[in-house]
Write a protein that binds this ligand. Structure first.
Ligand SMILES: [Zn+2]
Length: 130
């Protein structure tokens, strides 16, 4: 093997290593992006779209469930189009405020279900912060 053949072989090897590293980095970024998207989807699915709020009633504290759903304008500036979204997780509620109120009533009747779902939501949300 001549000096030039050895040099070409060496440069090819270095080029190969750089190419592999570059591809790996790209794939890693894509993977992290994909994982983040999946995590956000998981968080949205976990959100009860309802919170527990303290309300003063006759001088003492009581707790009530309140929907986080709000109607927002999703129109293009010309046509008005209202959609209902959860103000916390951003999920679009296709059933509108009626669906949100159904969820609120459900949690009002079954507080344990809300506690469970809220705890799960917080667990998933915490993972997104790290
Ligand atoms: Zn939500």
């Amino acid at each position: 093997m001549s000096f030039w053949q050895a040099l070409i072989l060496l440069l090819t090897a270095i080029g190969g290593v750089i190419a592999i590293r570059f591809t790996t980095t790209l794939d890693l970024n894509k993977f992290l992006e994909y994982r983040q998207e999946r995590q956000v989807a998981k968080m949205r699915a976990a959100c009860p779209h309802t919170i527990l709020v303290e309300v003063p009633i006759n001088g003492h504290r009581e707790y009530r469930w309140k929907t986080l759903a709000v109607d927002v304008d999703a129109g293009d500036g010309v046509a008005v189009k209202k959609i209902t979204v959860c103000s916390r997780c951003g999920t679009q509620l296709l059933g509108g405020l009626a669906q949100a109120n159904d969820a609120r009533l459900y949690f009002e009747r079954d507080p344990d279900a809300w506690l469970k779902q809220e705890a799960y939501f917080l667990k998933v949300a915490r993972k997104l912060m790290h």
